[in-house]
Design a protein around this ligand. Structure first.
Ligand SMILES: N[C@@H](CCC(=O)N[C@@H](CS)C(=O)NCC(=O)O)C(=O)O
Length: 205
């Protein structure tokens, strides 16, 4: 059976949700991160999640590759769109924006400043810059969501499975990230989904 490697509360949550939304027969394997003894290093030399290992041993990494791959296992699913369609490109556009601007460009800068500057005394400044980047990205998405419930096409897609986890992370950052009405409504709609609740229960168990 194929395996999706995830870690509790990590950015693998979107792929985990997608597996449950799609009803795929894929084993969810919970691992620890930044731990040399973690089994993730035997599958992905970077030691990162999500990592998808297929029946035949092939390995796929990166949210932006794993999420479309999972959706394509269920042709015609409403979580994605047909090859060649504008909607498919828009969904992929959001995957790229969230992966680069929101995750690595903003959250990682705030959560892992040591990856951007070796001097601990510089970390406060790095985090501050990350917060500025994050607010710019959130303002952009807040405006987009002001007139729609989900990112693309009036329905929940793999872009939402992915973005919803980062909206969940905002609560960890404190009150300066609380004043986004459309994002707050989006977080509630995301959390209400049975697949999200099942994924949360599994990861916290
Ligand atoms: N660009 C990757 C980022 C993956 C990533 O950084 N995952 C984090 C968890 S949110 C991780 O595994 N961190 C452990 C580490 O970097 O050692 C993706 O989108 O899949």
């Amino acid at each position: 059976m194929s395996k999706l490697y995830i870690a509790r509360g990590a950015c693998s949550f979107g792929a985990h949700v997608a597996v449950r939304e799609l009803g795929l027969d894929i084993e969810i394997v919970k691992v620890t991160l930044r731990d040399p003894a973690s089994p993730i290093f035997a599958v992905n030399p970077l030691g990162r999640v999500p990592t998808l290992q297929l029946d035949d041993g092939s390995v796929i990494t990166e949210n932006s590759a794993i999420l479309p791959y999972l959706a394509d296992l269920k042709p015609g699913t409403s979580l994605f769109a047909p090859a060649g369609s504008v909607e498919r490109a828009q969904i992929q556009s959001w995957l790229g924006y969230i992966s680069s601007e929101i995750h690595v460009g903003a959250f990682r800068t705030i959560n892992r400043p040591e990856r951007y500057h070796p001097d601990p005394e510089a970390h406060t400044l790095v985090r501050e810059r990350g917060a500025v980047q994050l607010k710019a990205g959130l303002t952009h998405i807040e405006a987009h969501l002001a007139t729609r419930k989900w990112l693309v096409g009036e329905r929940f897609t793999i872009a939402d499975a992915y973005f919803g986890l980062f909206v969940g992370w905002l609560a960890r950052l404190g009150p300066e990230f609380a004043d986004y009405p459309a994002l707050n409504a989006y977080r509630e709609a995301y959390r209400a989904r049975p697949a999200v609740q099942a994924a949360l229960a599994f990861e916290q168990g």
